[in-house]
Design a protein around this ligand. Structure first.
Ligand SMILES: NC(=O)c1ccc[n+]([C@@H]2O[C@H](COP(=O)([O-])OP(=O)(O)OC[C@H]3O[C@@H](n4cnc5c(N)ncnc54)[C@H](O)[C@@H]3O)[C@@H](O)[C@H]2O)c1
Length: 333
């Protein structure tokens, strides 16, 4: 099987590539063998893309890296040809950046996805897995979203992801393309760019610095280890039904204040290192996914508890300063 992974040098995409290539024969822990004969990564290496994320598999002869932009139709056309499956992670992914400027979000997330979908259609790619987000639903005070819930996104990021999510489904309905969509909750784990809350807080605390807590700290998120997320995507890639949406969740909801308490504890820091800051504009209060569908149809269950996952993640950032220190220094310029 020839798999094209867009955004494969980013946080989640690189975990997917490492997972595909990490076990001899290409089988993934917990899912039947995907047997990739070839894995192509297409990545523009924006600020969050990093070749170092693929270092553990860089010498694998099955891996080919293409430095290119999903918005460039000629590049995309050439790369897509000859692949059986596309797993589409590439995106502008940070809500705060979308508030500061929405243009790259619309162009990469919406137009870039359309460019890929057109190429996949032209080249008769067997399956298109579109990686979306729970943020497309907006915010929910109580209960959990099911896959048929209406999309009411609130940030430019989530609106652009909703646009790409609906486009992917439209290519299934209009053209009969084999498209499956995943919508997941907040990921955490190694190799996450240190602007998102967990790596930002951990790296600041490891340096003895302070961490900014938005508003009253009461915003609730479900936390999903990146490896569990990728196991879920692999199940959907392999066994999901065409035209369907599948939720992938982690099963542990925490308020930002509760998350902060755990991170302080894990880093041996105290509340005097927490600085309250004005709330994010339009900050969604709570996200919550119902994962009954993927559990019952595809046998998915999260396998990494938040306690274990956070402890491992903090250890990884403690042991890999050479990975994140240059990224923070560059961002600070
Ligand atoms: N991180 C999360 O918690 C989370 C939650 C839900 C959904 N998602 C979705 O998962 C996917 C991956 O997220 P992530 O956290 O790994 O993001 P990331 O920012 O770490 O990685 C994105 C990758 O896409 C690449 N990219 C960006 N624009 C590109 C373009 N125009 N052409 C080619 N490559 C481009 C970047 O270089 C980078 O390698 C995204 O689609 C995101 O919306 C993420």
């Amino acid at each position: 099987m020839r798999i094209l992974v867009t955004g494969g040098a980013g946080f989640i995409g690189s975990e997917y590539v490492r997972m595909l290539l990490g076990v001899p024969g290409g089988s993934c822990e917990g899912v039947p063998a995907l047997e990739p004969a070839r894995v192509t990564v297409l990545d523009a290496l924006t600020y969050s893309g990093n070749r170092a994320n693929l270092a553990p598999v860089a010498d694998d002869p099955r891996l080919r890296f293409v430095h290119g932009d999903i918005r460039h139709a000629d590049v995309v056309d050439e790369v897509v040809a000859g692949h059986d499956v596309i797993v589409h992670f590439a995106a502008e992914s940070h809500v705060d950046r979308s508030i500061a400027g929405a243009a790259p979000f619309v162009s990469t997330n919406v137009l870039g996805t359309q460019t890929l979908l057109d190429a996949a259609l032209r080249h008769h790619v067997g399956r298109f897995v579109h990686v979306s987000t729970d943020e497309v639903y907006g915010s929910i005070d109580a209960g959990s979203w099911t896959e048929d819930w209406p999309l009411t996104p609130n940030s430019p990021y989530s609106a652009s992801k909703a646009g790409s999510d609906l486009l992917a489904l439209a290519y299934h309905r209009t053209h009969g393309m084999d498209v499956v969509v995943t919508r997941c909750s907040n990921n955490y784990g190694p190799y996450q760019f240190p602007e998102k809350v967990i790596p930002l807080f951990v790296t600041n605390l490891l340096d003895g610095g302070t961490v900014p807590l938005y508003g009253d700290g009461g915003n609730v998120r479900d936390w999903l280890h990146v490896h569990d997320h990728c196991r879920g995507v692999a199940l959907v890639q392999q066994k999901g039904r065409a035209g369907e949406v599948y939720h992938i969740g982690g099963g542990t909801e925490l308020s930002n204040k509760e998350l902060t308490a755990r991170l302080l504890d894990a880093c041996g820091a105290g509340w005097e290192q927490v600085v309250p800051v004005a709330d994010r504009k339009g900050h969604d209060r709570r996200y919550s996914l119902d994962i009954t569908k993927i559990s019952q149809e595809l046998g998915y269950a999260p396998s990494i508890t938040l306690d274990d996952g956070l402890a491992d993640t903090v250890r990884w950032y403690r042991d890999n300063r050479s990975w994140w220190q240059p990224l923070k220094a560059e961002s600070a310029r």
